[in-house]
Design a protein around this ligand. Sequence first.
Ligand SMILES: O=P(O)(O)OC[C@H]1O[C@](O)(CO)[C@@H](O)[C@@H]1O
Length: 430
Amino acid sequence: MTVKINTKFIQEFVETNELAALEDFVAASHKKIHDKTGAGAEYLGWLDWPSKMEEAELSRLEEAAEKVKSDTDVLIVIGIGGSYLGTKAVQDLLLPAFGAGGTEVIFAGHNISGRYLEELLSHIEGKKVALNVISKSGTTTEPAIAFRILRKWMVDAYGEEAANRIIVTTDEKEGALRKAADKAGYTSFVIPGDIGGRYSVLTSVGLLPLAVAGVDIRSLLEGAALAESTLANPALMENDAYLYAAYRQILNSRGYSVEVMASFEPAMAGINEWWKQLFGESEGKQGKGVFPASVIYSTDLHSMGQYLQDGRRMLFETMVSFTEDQNQTEIPFDEEDGDGLNYLVEKSLHEVNQTAMEATALAHAEGGVPILSLEVPKLDAQHAGYLLYFFMKACAMSAYLSGVNPFDQPGVEQYKQNMFELLGKPGYEK
Ligand SMILES: O=P(O)(O)OC[C@H]1O[C@](O)(CO)[C@@H](O)[C@@H]1O
């Protein structure tokens, strides 16, 4: 049960000796990660988190989730960036696309749209609602605004009972949210100080709402723990996360500066968004970094396919596929065969989809797009946990290989500063 790189389509673009040339650099960066000596090392808490998360905390989290499930129709997760993308990603990946049932988990505070919030408020009217407000810093404007509005809604709806329906996930000691939780007596969970937002999906940040949504969070952690041990191997050629990181850097140095994450599984859409934040915020600094983009095929072959095949050549693609057929849907035989599809009747949709992937990879490689292929055996909670950890480990390695700190995001501050000035926040006047 691992995520493997298939090098079939990349061999013609990257030679083995180019990889070999990176071996020492990878070994040195591995040391930086594991000995915690690189830039931002104080944020490496995620590295052994899957194996070290305490049973008591996990049980407390499951209890809180059970309580929410027992008396709530809709849980609203309020958060932005790493405080919600991981939950959305795993939820999209593992839960049925239609009518998942149980407590519905929806999101707020990841935008400032009045329309979105009004629609959300009308959706929850008459329903039993709980809030999980998540912010590591406790000071991010978008979730703070949403929390203020939704907290008022909760107090109007439930009076003093509202406090029993609000769960706070934030820093152990600092920030406005921690103060609010302590003052109002909300149930609260801690985001470990040494784990940054975009690396936090496997902490209470993701686990609580995912447990409410019906995801098997123990299997998720199990998969991540397996990745933790498997990907602790320092040898580049034996560590697929490091291979993925090394290929990215080699391609980037050759001018392939945009990575398109492509999957033939629509459930991957959320993972794509989570991955974009992970790599974008980790690597996009000092004028460096591969720009992370994403598509879902075959849908997007009919919109972006032309560009991928034939547009400006600065792209490489990473195709994620699930290799096992877990569905068995076949195309039925039709007497008249008016649509000419009878030649497919012996094949499952999985086979047709895999063939579409192969055909696309062949075409794009021929069109000059280097293709990395990541193979995941199955689409389930364990493999999802493995995949999440795989990307986090690869991201840390990739950022160190490109010479940047994987764990800070100084550039995000600029827009906030401007917004505060323009809105006239006290202390920020020009
Ligand atoms: O959890 P917080 O502190 O509200 O931060 C939310 C997001 O905002 C950022 O700090 C900047 O966009 C991200 O790194 C983070 O995931």
